[in-house]
Write a protein that binds this ligand. Structure first.
Ligand code: ADP
Length: 603
């Protein structure tokens, strides 16, 4: 199991994994690199021009008519400086814009790749506690954020600043080896202090971010649970929790600031110490007539070019550390190819719908054993009911028949062919699934029903809604079919699921407690809709409502993952076993005797 916060990656492995994502942009990258090189050259123009100016002016003031002689110096300086600035506008623009373009493009490719991959993973992947929705989202977001920051840092900070520093150093060495040496000696000290600063701050920065997130989500949770808080009179308790969080956040913020200020001060001192050394050395060399006066300015400015990237080092170092940590989590998600849903190739356009389970064993990925040596036959064109207490394994059977999970032992066939050999999209295209609660997507009623068949036109959607007893209710809404579907009641949402089923029109239908959360009237209407659609199709129904299972062609009774009885309602009642127990309990809970007598009295 990968540890989410362990640093086990390095820059090379990140680069290797990132390469496929950046290689489509390689020409843009080469262009950006070239512009970076030009930019680094341009950054040395000012120091060189200043040296030239000082040296020329020093000579000119000794001449009899410095003004007239100096004109050509002014012209040269103006031309070079303005020319450089003009060129710089384009260089900087190109370099920054294309650097950003690479970053934004890489970031969107990374995001889309993660989504495409995740959509192909099997359901078991999402059962893992490490892959809960929130965790996956955070890991993907943080991974992409830190990777793109790395790319951005590289093109916008690291590369320009460091090429600038290297060229400045080369010029210093070319001018005078000793000056070059002095600046080179200061660099590692500066480096060391910067990395100390980064190390001191990196842990805190992460804590700070977590605390900020906690604070934000804390407020959201607070608002979300405001009714519970008020009903239990827990305002003070919740307020104190937030206050404690705020205090922790404040401590971390102050610590970060204090550390930063101390190290920044230290770094400024070291930098200035370098400047002093360079002034001393260059002044000595000037007095010794090995250098001209202009060289003093030149070297101070060049030294600034050398030290400025290192000033940013702690931030870059920190971002890189983040990338090491978060990139791993992101690439783990991306590289879980073994989690891709297994798929078959059979596309039999004439599916009848006879399922046969033979000695099927199945445990969920967390180890819960849900099915034990289960054998059953689901006849095509008939209605089969699965009955049993909660947790008996009924829904699990449906999960396996949809190929959401694969059995551990035994096998399942559909029309005599191993279920594994069917192509998933083809198989699922032939199955209509209605659950106790069905997912309603953000959007209109029309779009939600259309999910059953993306090619359906409006008339077909309306017909499906009529069959699901939903049309009249929709007409009462101000915006009709354009009404926001998530605002509908539970019963109405259930009808949307049934309308989807009508629209999909599949030969096989699995109903998993489709009316469990509905009132009596809605239950009756939905039962009518379902009875209409059940005609001539293979249906499996799971229900606690006797009315929906009484007339099934075959009933399988499940208990703790086993099939314990099977037969028709009458046969099972006669058996006096588990089914009878459940049946009697249901009758008692309905207070059937009283119901029947008052029903008779009123007839
Ligand atoms: P039923 O539909 O009969 O109520 P299920 O098939 O949903 O029962 O569940 C059978 C057993 O499998 C139960 O013990 C349940 O807790 C467990 N189970 C169901 N879904 C999962 C899952 N996604 N991960 C782990 N265990 C599960």
């Amino acid at each position: 199991m990968p540890k989410p916060f362990a640093r086990t990656t390095n820059l090379i492995s990140i680069y290797k994994q990132l390469r496929p994502f950046i290689s489509p942009y390689r020409y843009m990258i080469y262009g950006t690199l070239f512009l970076t090189f030009l930019g680094a050259l341009a950054a040395q123009v000012n120091p060189l021009v200043l040296k030239y100016t000082v040296d020329e002016v020093t000579e000119l003031v000794n001449l009899p008519d410095p003004m007239s002689e100096g004109i050509h110096v002014l012209v040269v300086i103006t031309a070079i400086l303005l020319g450089k600035e003009l060129a710089n506008i384009f260089i900087q623009f190109g370099q920054k814009f294309y650097g950003e373009k690479i970053r934004i493009s890489v970031s969107s490719v990374l995001a889309q790749t993660a989504i495409d991959k995740i959509l192909r993973y099997r359901i078991a992947y999402f059962n893992d506690e490490n892959h809960e929705t929130g965790k996956l989202q955070t890991r993907i977001d943080r991974g992409i954020e830190s990777l793109t920051k790395l790319v951005q840092n590289f093109f916008i900070d690291i590369l320009p600043l460091f090429s600038n520093a290297i060229i400045a150093l080369i010029i210093m060495y070319m001018q005078n080896v000793y000056v070059g040496l002095v600046s080179t000696v200061v660099v590692p000290i500066y480096f060391y202090v910067s990395s100390l600063q980064a190390r001191r701050l990196s842990g805190v920065r992460r804590t700070l971010r977590n605390q900020r997130e906690q604070k934000t989500s804390g407020l959201l949770n607070l608002i979300g649970s405001i009714m519970v808080i008020k009903s239990f009179v827990r305002e003070k308790f919740e307020g104190k929790k937030q206050y404690d969080l705020q205090m922790q956040l404040m401590d971390s913020q102050l610590y970060t600031r204090r550390t930063s200020f101390i190290y920044d001060g230290l770094k400024t001192f070291i930098e200035q110490f370098g400047v002093v050394l360079i002034i001393l050395l260059t002044v000595y060399l000037v007095l010794d007539q090995q250098m001209t006066i202009g060289a003093i300015m030149l070297h101070i400015m060049l030294f600034n070019n050398v030290s400025s990237p290192i000033r940013q080092l702690h931030r870059i170092y920190d971002d890189m550390n983040d990338a090491f940590i978060y990139a791993e989590g992101y690439f783990d998600i991306l590289n879980a190819d073994e989690e891709t849903e297994p798929n078959g190739t059979v596309v039999d356009s004439n599916i009848k719908g006879t399922f046969e389970l033979k000695n099927v064993d199945f445990s969920y990925p967390n180890g819960t054993k849900a099915l034990n040596n289960v054998s059953m036959r689901i006849e095509n064109g008939k209605t089969t009911a699965l009955v049993g207490l909660s947790g008996a394994g009924k829904s699990t059977v449906i999960n396996l028949l949809c190929k959401f999970y694969l059995p551990d032992e035994g096998n399942i066939t559909l029309d005599g062919i191993d279920l594994n050999q069917y192509e998933n999209s083809f198989l699922r295209g032939d199955i209509g699934l209605v659950l106790q609660r069905n997912h309603i997507f953000q959007g209109s009623i029309e779009d939600n029903i259309r999910y059953g068949n993306m090619d359906a036109n409006f008339e077909e959607i309306e017909t499906a809604a009529r069959k699901a007893y939903l049309h009249d209710q929709i007409m009462d809404l101000p915006q009709g079919y354009q009404h926001d579907a998530t605002q509908l009641s539970g019963g109405q949402q259930q009808r949307i699921a049934i309308a989807r089923l009508f629209l999909k029109d599949p030969p096989i239908i699995f109903l998993d407690e489709p009316t469990a959360s509905l009132d009596a009237i809605a239950t009756e209407q939905i039962k009518n809709s379902l009875d209409a659609i059940k005609e001539g199709r293979t249906v499996i129904i799971i229900s606690h409502s006797l009315s929906q299972i009484l007339d099934s062609d075959m009933i399988y009774v499940m208990k703790k993952g086993h099939v314990v009885e099977n037969g028709t309602h009458d046969q099972l009642v006669d058996m006096n076993g588990t089914y009878r127990e459940i049946f009697d309990a249901s009758a008692r809970s309905l207070n059937l005797d009283k119901l029947v007598s008052s029903y008779r009295d009123n007839q």
